[in-house]
Each structure stands twice: as structure tokens, then as C-alpha cells.
Design a protein around this ligand. Sequence first.
Ligand SMILES: Cc1cc2nc3c(=O)[nH]c(=O)nc-3n(C[C@H](O)[C@H](O)[C@H](O)COP(=O)(O)OP(=O)(O)OC[C@H]3O[C@@H](n4cnc5c(N)ncnc54)[C@H](O)[C@@H]3O)c2cc1C
Length: 291
Amino acid sequence: MKAASFDYHAPPTVESAIALLQRFEGEGLDTKLLAGGQSLMPMLNMRIARPQVLVDLGKIEALDYIRAEGEAIAIGSMASKRAAEDSPLLREQQPLFHAATLLIGHRQIRNRGTVGGSFAHADPAAEYPAVALVQDIRMRAQGPNGVREIAASDFFVTFMTTSLEATEILVEVRLPPFRPGTGWAIQEFAKRHGDLALAGIAVTLRKANGRCEDVRIGAFGVNATAVRLPAAEAALNGQSATTENFARAAAVAGESVAEPLGDVHATPDYRRQLVKVLTERCLAEAAARAA
Ligand SMILES: Cc1cc2nc3c(=O)[nH]c(=O)nc-3n(C[C@H](O)[C@H](O)[C@H](O)COP(=O)(O)OP(=O)(O)OC[C@H]3O[C@@H](n4cnc5c(N)ncnc54)[C@H](O)[C@@H]3O)c2cc1C
């Protein structure tokens, strides 16, 4: 199939893109932003989405960067996932985010797909939202009234829905410093290499005197949006880093996932079991990495 017809604009600046969004909003036209097109183009071609106007962000060079800002790392929303994959800054200072990037689709998809697009698309099975919850990544949205910062916990609302307003553009994601000595892991299960995950887990934790602390567990592919698993985190916090305790916390993770998704690919029970198994593996891997 081919996409239904639409008007196309490719503004050169964020400000001119926002002005277009405001104009079309005022005219009552259904408008979509286009970034790397790796999710939107298939949706257009299958006519799952039929916007009347596309505003392409591809000409806005000012949104394409990955740079250190103080101790944080700022990623412009139009930086490609390939750039994130190749970034020494991310590889050396943000190992969890970097590892998550390598799990996304295939290299061809990472060549064109943008970092901002993955956050804004908010696919429940995407890796970045779970990493964002675990690491307190902050989003910067720009709209007619300027720039506002949104915490990851307030950004992902539900299935493919964020708290961005219709006239706002996600301009940057900001990664807080990854504390030295923090253990991390991300694992997922997909039917084929490069497919979106049936379920996945991202973990960070710290160790002090052999005990786990600041345990953070994020799950993706399981609910309508990525979620933290606070009951499982609490089950391991303050406990010694042993395989028995990892298994106990993982069992809590599996039990505590509220109403896992069920579809043609996996039943809710199967996803619950994946959460348990992947959590146990991730906890062991993260603990081994923790200094
Ligand atoms: C075969 C295949 C496998 C894939 N596997 C994975 C995977 O394993 N994990 C994963 O996470 N993703 C996967 N993807 C999706 C891929 O990562 C996309 O790149 C990503 O979801 C969207 O990024 P994009 O830049 O292509 O955005 P687009 O497709 O251009 O846009 C997606 C949506 O986000 C909105 N949007 C984009 N940028 C902005 C912005 N700056 N501000 C506001 N709204 C914006 C658009 O309006 C649109 O609604 C896969 C895709 C394919 C085709």
C-alpha cells in the first residue's frame, strides 16, 4: 500500500517548525512530525496513520548533536541511533544507554531512526523508555511558550502516547551522570534478532559491603508503557548480592507486573515468566559489574 496524500513541509529551524504546528493546529489539520521515519513511514504506508500534513524535522541541523554538558550528556532529538551507537562519549560514560541502543532493530534502522523519535514514539516494547525510567533521563520539549523539562516518569503516558503537547517538539534528551561503580544490565527476548522485544528488563544497582542498594528495575514490552518494578526493587535493596536473593527479587518482579499484555506473540503468563527470568539474569549481571 501507499500512504494517503499529505502536505509536506521541511522547516530549517525549531522555531519555524513550531510556527507550522501552531498554524495547522489553528486550522484544525491533523499534523505529524517526521523524524527518521522508521516507525511513521510504515504506519503511513499501511494507512494506520493518515495525517493531512507532515512537518519533517530532517533539515534542522541544530537538533543533531551528542555532547557533554557539565556532567550530563545532552542528545539532540535528531541525532541518529547510529550516532549514539558510535559515540565514544556514550560508550564510555553511559554504558546502559549505549547497550540499549545496540538492541534497537538493525543497523539500517539505527542509521535513519533518531534518538528523539524513539522517545516520542513511546512504543511499549522500545528499550529507551525503560532505560529513561531507571536512569531518570529528562526530556526537553520546545513549544510556543519556550522550553520545558519533563521527567521520564511524567513523559510516557500510555501506549504510544507521551505528555508532549500537539504544538511541542521533543528537542533533547538529557542523561544524568552515570555514577562510577554502578552495575547495569539490559536483556530482552525477541522472536528474531532485530524485532521489538516480547519483554525486556533494564537494571542498575550499587553495592556497599556486599549488599545491594539503589536497585532500579525497568520493564519494557510488558505493559502499555515501560514501567519500574518497585516491589522487586524493595525486595533486593539492603540484601546481600547472592543468587538466592536475585531469584527471590525476580520472583517478586514476575508476580508484581500488573496485567501483562497478551497478544498473538505471547500470553500474559508468558510475559510474566519472561520478566522473572530476565530480571534474575539482569540482577546477576549488574551485580557482577558493580564495583
Ligand atoms: C524492523 C524494525 C525494527 C525495529 N526495532 C526496534 C527495537 O527493537 N526497538 C526500538 O526501540 N525501536 C525499534 N524500531 C523503531 C525504530 O527505533 C524507530 O526509529 C523509532 O521508533 C522512531 O524513530 P524515528 O526517528 O524513525 O521516528 P519517526 O518514525 O519519524 O516518528 C515516530 C513518531 O514520533 C514522532 N516524533 C519523532 N520525532 C519527534 C520529535 N522530535 N518530537 C515530537 N515527536 C516526534 C513522530 O511524529 C511519530 O509519531 C524498529 C523499527 C523497524 C522498522
